[in-house]
Design a protein around this ligand. Sequence first.
Ligand SMILES: [Zn+2]
Length: 321
Amino acid sequence: MSPLSLAFSALSPAGPRAGLNIFIFHRVLAEPDPLFPGEVDAERFKRMLGWLRDWFNVLPLNEAIRLQDQGRLPARAAAITFDDGYADNHDIAMPLLEEAGMNASFFIATGFLDGGRMWNDSLIEAVRHTRLEHLDVSDLAPALADLPRMPVGSWDQRRQAVQALIGRAKYLAPEPRLALVEAVLARAGVQASTRLMMSSDQVRAMRNRGMVIGAHTVNHPILAGLDDAQARQEILSSKLTLEALLDERVGLFAYPNGKPGVDYSPASVAVARACGFDAAVSTQHGVARRDTDRFELPRFTPWDPSRWRFGLRMARHLARH
Ligand SMILES: [Zn+2]
């Protein structure tokens, strides 16, 4: 056993006191992205899986939760999760997971299946693919009125433009936001991709190959801002859509964005519970213990490109929780 594995065993022992480390991913790109160099690509994901395999016992999330409930979780237990339902989860991540002999759970926002897109990705696409040298959008929506004419010639400039646009659109209600996004795409002269998110067939294929599928609402709203009826509609309808698609019960849920008190509220937790899931995950940092609320399981991602720093950060994380 390597020194790091020994340290992880001491920090995360087997049995009733065992901790469950749940990792979050979103996308695994085929190639590094010059617009977002920090995003995980295939090479990097493969490397991370190697480390996770050396250091952790990676289990399917539903099984890990069951074992922890029974006090039988192995030492250094971990589960891998993906949020949102990007097509690269199927195309790039799944083959690498299979190659490493690992399982992951995929939380799907069902409203974007089969050609949809999240609003932030539409803005990114607009800026990424525009042939314009400058983007002037100040006349398109009141929320954009203060934006200067933005140069978008270099990747740095594009990154800044994306940040400015996302920052302005973030606080709008869904309808004006969608209108703003469509107007920006049109101004940029970009036809956004319809293949960014998974198709229903891809979700089915992932399940058939042993991956776990969980619900992540329909439209990825901030649940804390919805009343109970709207939250129930978002949560339950994504569950039922996936159950119809897969012809089986869906027991796991992930809160969109996932910060307790900010993105979801105690009322959202009550709604998720009432929708009949077994467990739900947040993005609160932490390690799940046996007495951790099954409807607010913490997750984290140690993003370090080097094995050593990745391992140290992980050890520090385990020591702290
Ligand atoms: Zn999400």
